[in-house]
Design a protein around this ligand. Structure first.
Ligand code: 13P
Length: 262
């Protein structure tokens, strides 16, 4: 069984001072979720890196995970503006995102850089959410899987213990921040193809245990439909993760769609 994972990507939003209250409220709201946090479902918060130590203190012993939105390619050195994976571990992070479409398209990060970030994160024991997804023109040209497979190809040659610590997030670029989510059928088609690629390239067991998150205009109103799909194992949420009530409703609605008898 793949445990559903819900990731809040705050991007460059929120004041540091809003962090603790968010965690308190979210924890209280999730008591009413179907299932136990940290056991039946997992929640990961990725704030701006400036907020991480405050977030770590706010989370304390709660079963909420936290991580970075990106990760440097080396342990330390002359890399202005980068974030050391060693320091991410020091702050208590368990995870980092890599290859988010905003990094790929605004900051021109290519697959070689995404690979080096992934390797550096894994080397320090972090888990990685590898983000992939096509642009609108690529979807229109029927190139979705070609683009996604090229982005996934950085995983070829990784060891089983590295592959185990990777989650893939499928985020079609045209659905990010637009209010227009992929339909459940569109998301499922790509997720199923990602699992098939995994099976062919990395083996059946890696494919079966891989969690594939959907991201792109996820909100409480579409969470149930999307999470009902067989290969959708959770969400990577931007705008709807900024308010604890809205984010908890994404989680609750998603989980309820999977509860027995629903
Ligand atoms: P939105 O949920 O705001 O569309 O953002 C998705 C995203 O990019 C999460 O990483």
């Amino acid at each position: 069984m793949r445990v559903p994972l819900f990731v809040a990507n705050w991007k460059m939003n929120k004041a540091v001072a809003e962090t603790a209250e968010f965690v308190t409220q979210l924890s209280e709201l999730l008591v009413a979720a179907p299932g136990k946090l940290g056991q039946d479902f997992e929640v990961l918060i990725c704030p701006p890196s400036t907020h991480l130590s405050t977030l770590a203190a706010a989370v304390g012993s709660r079963p909420i995970e936290f991580g970075s939105q990106n990760c440097g390619t080396a342990k330390s050195g002359a890399f202005t503006g980068e974030i050391s994976p060693v320091v991410l571990k020091e702050l208590g992070c368990g995870w980092t995102l890599v290859g988010h479409s905003e990094r790929r398209h605004i900051y021109l990060e290519d697959d070689a850089l995404v690979l080096s970030r992934t390797r550096a994160a894994l080397a320090e024991g972090l888990k990685v959410v590898l983000c992939v997804g096509e642009k609108l023109e690529e979807r229109r040209a029927d190139k979705t899987m070609q683009v996604v497979e090229a982005q996934l190809s950085i995983l070829k040659g990784m060891s089983a213990s590295e592959i185990e610590r990777i989650v893939v997030a499928y985020e079609p670029v045209w659905a990010i921040g637009t209010g227009e989510n992929a339909t459940p059928e569109q998301a499922e088609a790509v997720h199923a193809s990602i699992r098939k690629w995994y099976s062919a390239q990395l083996g059946n067991s890696a494919a079966e245990s891989l969690r594939i998150l959907y991201g792109g205009s996820v909100k409480p109103e579409n969470a149930a439909q999307l999470l009902r799909e067989a290969d959708v194992d959770g969400f990577l949420v931007g705008g709807a993760s900024l308010d604890p009530v809205v984010f908890s409703n994404v989680i609750k609605n998603g989980l309820e769609s999977r509860a027995p008898g629903v």
